[in-house]
Design a binder for this molecule. Structure first.
Ligand code: CA
Length: 229
């Protein structure tokens, strides 16, 4: 029987979720503060966690981050505010799903079942979870070769993807254009290191809010580039 943890300070909501999940055959536990919720999540081997965002003590953002440092248990984050859902999506904390309250309990049950099934397939099949790099609003799925900026997928060419991934995997390290060219482009493409500049410009157009004030890839004048964290 799958064990589910509900971390929710509104007891009536938690009880309602619990009732519906129990009717569907799940074993359900509740915690009503952030601190107790985090402790339980890290220790008790739950199969799925339903996590409210606004909690007394440690909030849902921090709990999600702390859980993800240790485990891949599916997390469904819930919040009463649509803006908060958009914000957490953007932060790329690693939650698996997001729901805005109020939601129908049967919708919650359906999503819980879907995530448990997906997770079991993943674990059972021995396929490793996708290798993901997340830095602030940017999520790079190395396995699927996809890039998401604040939750929205952006199209990258092969070289743009390779260049962004290389920089993001080596944060705060300054690379010269020559170094980047040698790393990312094949040796036979005896080219022009100016292509690095062109690619950086294109990547910035996709990931930066304001390309003249880059928040991610910084130009270190006279040296090269670095991915700032
Ligand atoms: Ca709350």
């Amino acid at each position: 029987m799958s064990k589910i943890l509900i971390i929710e300070d509104e007891v009536a909501i938690a009880e309602l979720e619990k009732d519906y999940l129990e009717l569907s055959g799940f074993e359900v536990f509740m915690e009503h503060t952030g601190d107790a919720g985090l402790r339980a999540a890290l220790k008790d081997g739950f199969d799925l966690i339903i996590l409210d965002l606004m909690l007394p003590g440690i909030d849902g953002f921090e709990i999600c981050r702390k859980i993800r440092e240790k485990m891949n248990t599916p997390i469904i984050m819930v919040s009463a505010r649509k803006e908060d859902i958009d914000k957490i999506r953007g932060l790329g904390l690693g939650a698996d799903d997001y729901m805005t309250k109020p939601f129908s309990p049967s919708e919650l049950v359906a999503r819980v079942k879907a995530h448990l099934a997906r997770y079991e397939r993943l674990v059972g099949s021995g396929i490793k979870a996708n290798e993901i790099i997340e830095i602030r609003g940017i999520k790079i799925d190395k396995t699927a070769r996809r890039v998401y900026v604040n939750g929205e997928e952006k199209a990258f060419t092969t070289k743009e993807f390779d260049l962004l991934t290389f920089l993001a995997e080596n944060p705060n390290h300054v690379f010269t254009k020559e170094e980047l060219f040698n790393r990312i482009w094949d040796m036979e493409s005896i080219g022009d290191i100016a292509t690095v500049t062109v690619h950086i410009k294109k990547i910035r157009e996709k990931i930066e809010l304001n390309t003249s004030k880059p928040q991610y890839i910084e130009t270190i004048w006279g040296v090269g580039y670095r991915f700032k964290v």
